[in-house]
Design a protein around this ligand. Sequence first.
Ligand SMILES: Cc1ncc(C[n+]2csc(CCOP(=O)(O)OP(=O)(O)O)c2C)c(N)n1
Length: 194
Amino acid sequence: MLRSRAIEAIYPALEDKIVVTIMGACAQELYDCGHRDNFFYLQHAMGLASSIGLGLALNLPDERVVVLDGDGSVLMNLGALATMARYRPPNLTHIIFDNGSLLSTGGFVTHTTSGLADLASIAHGSGAPHVAAVNTPYDFMEAVGDAFDRDDLSVIVCRVDAVGPDHFGMDLKLPENAFRFERHIREKRLMTGD
Ligand SMILES: Cc1ncc(C[n+]2csc(CCOP(=O)(O)OP(=O)(O)O)c2C)c(N)n1
């Protein structure tokens, strides 16, 4: 299963949500679907997309927040799974694309390779109320649909091939993305009177 296909498949459903991605391949694949100002690509700060998503979800209770994460990034900030479960924002969906690889920086294997670390079990053991482990497009779409309908924190661990885009380059630098993302949230809050 290709992560790019999975992202393409959920792209229409991300239009009305607040989306935070990790850097590198995952960010590029979402960007290539077409940038929207409700997307924030967290460049450089590996591991912290989940923490930023948690902060956004807690502070924007009327918005649905989606984090697109990677196994290497999650392993770098494992405590975030426990913190997410501790605060359990009902409007947060954490999608972890597990390719068993630090793909964006050369494809070194991570601890999830060969069935060593099991991120779904770790999320479950951290107290996440709803965890799905999927490895087919159908199960992925079903898990995402279920998570978006559900009024509870969901973690979806999706096994994907260690394959990334054949190009890198986004015509959107981090500060511009951050300013536009922040403005998008501010304008939405003004519209809803929050
Ligand atoms: C603190 C820190 N360490 C290392 C890096 C370099 N780096 C950028 S992306 C990446 C790999 C991320 O792996 P993963 O989250 O599994 O996503 P993938 O690249 O496989 O899509 C690494 C090591 C970084 N940006 N920040």
